[in-house]
Design a protein around this ligand. Structure first.
Ligand SMILES: Nc1ncnc2c1ncn2[C@@H]1O[C@H](COP(=O)(O)OP(=O)(O)OP(=O)(O)O)[C@@H](O)[C@H]1O
Length: 280
């Protein structure tokens, strides 16, 4: 197993909520080259798990292993792409992408060459000298993906990277991310609220239960790759994931709105034209 998550527990403490458990006994095995999506209602601990894998935070209990070695902090083999591109506004696209390489001590010429190759991969060769404010949201997110890929990580950790983008841009980036995944044979852990996005992109999907976050169901979505899956298989998988999520969504709504809140099962339904589950 390439990425191994063994018995992870994590609690936080805040003035309003006291100490509360966010992740409870998370066990997950990810193979090298898997595209794993984690789907779950708001606040169930998806990002917390991603940050633990990234080594940006520490678990209270359990262990995360990459290639058999315990994660003890951030490492170049695990790079995070966030929802907001977070580019340096005073640097050009090329300078943003070479920034990490130069910090590692790479010469300008080598860093520029490597960055140019990576920017080609995300179709931004023409914009290397542009500044972030001159780019659309989708282009900024491409730069952010290039900035991560240029470090040649083994695992790309993506925290709702397309959530702030419009539907058409997101569709294009889905296609491009799948091409990159296949070309680089990289392992991806992808956090999303969007069931359709998870089904379209992933080889494996994990549904989180909430309060505290734990794994409720795991689905294999390998057959949905390469666009060969008949629509009805994709839709069936979406329905199964939605069914697994339904109780969890209700739990969150009752906590937020009160126990008398009634959740109609037909409120969230499969909508072939829409963005399934994006409002969860
Ligand atoms: N540093 C922290 N201190 C206190 N509470 C935190 C901290 N980080 C996260 N939380 C809380 O832990 C819970 C899980 O947060 P997390 O961001 O992991 O959930 P999520 O599933 O990614 O949510 P969303 O889908 O809304 O982004 C939330 O209730 C959040 O408010």
């Amino acid at each position: 197993m390439y990425l191994q998550i063994d018995g992870i527990e994590k609690s936080f403490t805040s003035r309003e909520r006291g100490t509360f458990k966010v992740l409870d006994n998370i066990n997950l095995d990810v193979n090298k080259g898997d595209f794993l999506s984690v789907v779950g209602p708001s606040g169930c601990g998806k990002s917390t798990l991603l940050y633990l894998i990234a080594g940006l935070d520490k678990a209270d209990k359990g262990e995360i292993l990459v290639d058999g070695k315990p994660v003890k902090g951030p490492g170049p083999e695990r790079v995070v792409v966030f929802q907001e591109a977070g580019l340096f506004p005073w640097l050009t696209v090329l300078e943003n992408v070479t920034y990490g390489l130069k910090l590692k001590g790479m010469s300008k010429a080598d860093a520029d060459q490597k960055a140019m190759e990576t920017l080609k991969l995300v179709h931004l060769s023409k914009y290397v000298h542009s500044y972030p404010h001159q780019l659309s949201g989708g282009m900024k997110q491409r730069v952010s993906i290039a900035r991560a890929l240029v470090m040649e990580p083994d695992i790309l950790l993506m925290d709702e990277p397309f959530a702030a983008l419009d539907e058409q841009t997101r569709m294009v980036l889905h296609k491009e991310l799948l091409e990159i995944w296949k070309k680089l044979k990289i392992t991806i852990v992808f956090i999303t609220h969007n069931i359709r996005e998870a089904v379209l992109l992933s080889s494996k999907i994990v549904v989180f239960a909430t309060r505290p976050g734990k794994i409720k169901a795991t689905f294999s979505a390998k057959s949905t790759k390469d666009g060969v899956t008949p629509d009805d298989i994709t839709l069936h998988l979406e329905q199964q994931i939605l069914a697994a999520l339904q109780d969890e969504i209700e739990k969150v709504l009752k906590e937020e709105m009160g126990d008398d809140y009634s959740f109609e099962t037909n409120r969230i339904h499969r909508d072939t034209s829409g963005d399934m589950g994006s409002g969860i």
